[in-house]
Write a protein that binds this ligand. Sequence first.
Ligand SMILES: *[C@@H]1O[C@H](CO)[C@@H](O)[C@H](O)[C@H]1NC(C)=O
Ligand SMILES: [Zn+2]
Length: 293
Amino acid sequence: MPRLVPLLPIITFLLLLLRGASAWGAMGHETVAYIASHYALPATQTYLQTLLGDTSADYLASVASWADSYRYTSAGAFSAPYHYVDANDDPPSACGVDLDRDCGAEGCVVRALQNYTTILMGQEASGANLAIAAKMIIHFAGDIGQPLHCEGLEIGGNGIDVKYGDDDTNLHAVWDSDIPESVSGGSSLSSARSWSAALIKKIDSGTYKSQAASWISGLSVGTSASQTATALRWATESNAYVCSTVLRDGVDAVENQDVSGAYTTAAQPVVELQIAKQGYRLAKWLDAIVAGM
Ligand SMILES: *[C@@H]1O[C@H](CO)[C@@H](O)[C@H](O)[C@H]1NC(C)=O
Ligand SMILES: [Zn+2]
């Protein structure tokens, strides 16, 4: 039996890998962060660089996935439900997020964005806790844009087994990582940087130019009710893609299928839009927080 002992750390490592695949992969979060740091006002940049102790251009990108490590520590376990909202709707025929129904006592991404926004704006917590609040906001602004983070069915698609080429995976992980990486060309920080540059160009002068203003209309951090309303709008938009794209033809159409072909081609524009939108929104959200301090 001693031969089995070395397997334990390997199994633990594999389990951690699997559980870690439950948010836009790091690259998606970094792309959202680079877009946000491009559009953030100078005062926002100065405040956050000081708070986070990082004066580099990567000050948002380098902390964008911190919340995904924290949730697996014993100190941070309480925050695991903050990464999603389990909409108990009925895709593909009926989509929708209802906070009373879907955001229970343990919390959800909508109320977490509200909570950490209030904490950061309040400026009463310790520097360490203000930094945690900022890192939570930077991360959750990304998560809320991933349609399967705003869906309860099959644990946000984690329970829907699919193939991606030769890989056995699940639909949630495909939306977190495989589809984003199929657009950006990789999982590295430099892939995130170049993808963000392409999306910034679309916002400034390309296909998103005419819609960017609508992405931030009504955005407000003024009261906890307006913070919740803004985050709920983001979650509702994201969840609608579960009906229109993610599960358009139902679970049976994707379960145990290879989704790396036509399915991914149809999903790519949604992933691009959601990443661009959430990066742009995060910039305006952080600007509003810093202006309101
Ligand atoms: C808000 O965040 C703080 C700090 O992490 C946490 O202790 C508290 O439980 C959160 N409140 C809600 C309602 O999520
Ligand atoms: Zn997450």
